[in-house]
Design a binder for this molecule. Structure first.
Ligand SMILES: Nc1ncnc2c1ncn2[C@@H]1O[C@H](COP(=O)(O)OP(=O)(O)O)[C@@H](O)[C@H]1O
Ligand SMILES: [Mg+2]
Length: 273
């Protein structure tokens, strides 16, 4: 088995990257029944906090910072729930830049993470990487370690600029280093259905990126915000029905996972032709 690896990116913070990475990982494990690992490489560790709450994990003994020192990623995997595991991050991981820059060779510099994550590829179906919003060693390495990019964006001009920069930068990385990385889709996050500006920017994104923009869009939902504080869950009543707000929050990401699966099949078939 060789896991498919996805990075959720945008060179802008606060646009829904971590929200998308955590929900996609959770729903991929729970509803698609795929063995999934979420790898947090953002020293702010937002995804780590959400996942720790999700799995009621009180203490995380080792994180990716330890894995970098021991070169043993498997010993820092934390089980969150069923099929869902986490490789946690912490503020000490800001040392990653320094570590990467201890190599002279440019190609070696961008492959530190890919090498570190290689053993995970053997045991998971899918890996999702949550990254900081910077053009940095972190995103370079996440790009080199991934098969696909999911670009998260909010309908603000700055966030849209972040998409353009990300796409351009990814093209540069593919060309310069020959990495095999493709955009699987662009996901619109935190959309306010009543906001005209939101609709305008969404139209602009579709005009520029066409079918690359997922047709399922993530609306602003109080329930999704709540999951950041309380961890992710989906309540099921005795009669077998899901709580409607939980269902709505999860369903959009399940639909996006369906879109991803269809696109992956299409892109893989194109490579074989
Ligand atoms: N669809 C949504 N509905 C409600 N709140 C959201 C939604 N998406 C993200 N948020 C909230 O917006 C904030 C920023 O999102 P986050 O995913 O952390 O952004 P990023 O990782 O790009 O910095 C967080 O507090 C998160 O809970
Ligand atoms: Mg984030």
């Amino acid at each position: 088995m060789a896991a498919t690896t996805y990075t959720v990116g945008n060179f802008k913070g606060g646009v829904g990257k971590t929200k998308s990475a955590t929900q996609l990982a959770y729903d991929n494990a729970k509803f698609k029944n795929r063995k999934t690992c979420l790898v947090d490489i953002d020293p702010q560790a937002n995804a780590t906090k959400i996942m720790a709450k999700t799995g009621n994990v009180r203490e995380i003994k080792s994180t990716i910072t330890d894995a970098l020192q021991s070169n043993d990623i498997l010993s820092c995997v934390v089980n969150i729930d069923g099929n869902l595991d986490l490789v946690a991050c912490d503020t000490r991981f800001r040392a990653f830049s320094k570590y990467v820059n201890s190599f002279d060779d440019e190609k070696e510099k961008i492959q530190v993470l890919a090498k570190l994550l290689a053993p995970l590829k053997e045991i998971y179906d899918d890996i999702f990487i949550d990254v900081p919003p910077t053009i940095s060693e972190y995103t370079d390495n996440a790009m080199a370690a991934s098969d696909y990019t999911i670009i998260a964006f909010q309908t603000t001009d700055e966030s849209f600029d972040g998409v353009k920069k990300y796409v351009g930068y990814q093209q540069y990385m593919v060309k310069t280093f020959g990495i095999k990385l493709q955009i699987i889709g662009i996901v619109a996050c935190m959309i306010d259905p009543d906001d005209v500006l939101d609709e305008d920017i969404l139209k602009e994104a579709k005009a520029l990126y066409g079918d690359n923009v997922f047709s399922n869009i993530v609306r602003f939902q109080k329930r999704l915000k709540r999951y950041s504080r309380e961890g992710i869950y989906i309540k099921k009543y005795k009669n077998g029905n899901y709580d409607q707000w939980d269902y709505q929050a999860h369903n959009v990401f399940i639909q996006i996972l369906n879109e991803m699966e269809a696109r992956r099949k299409f892109l893989e078939a194109r490579v074989r032709m």
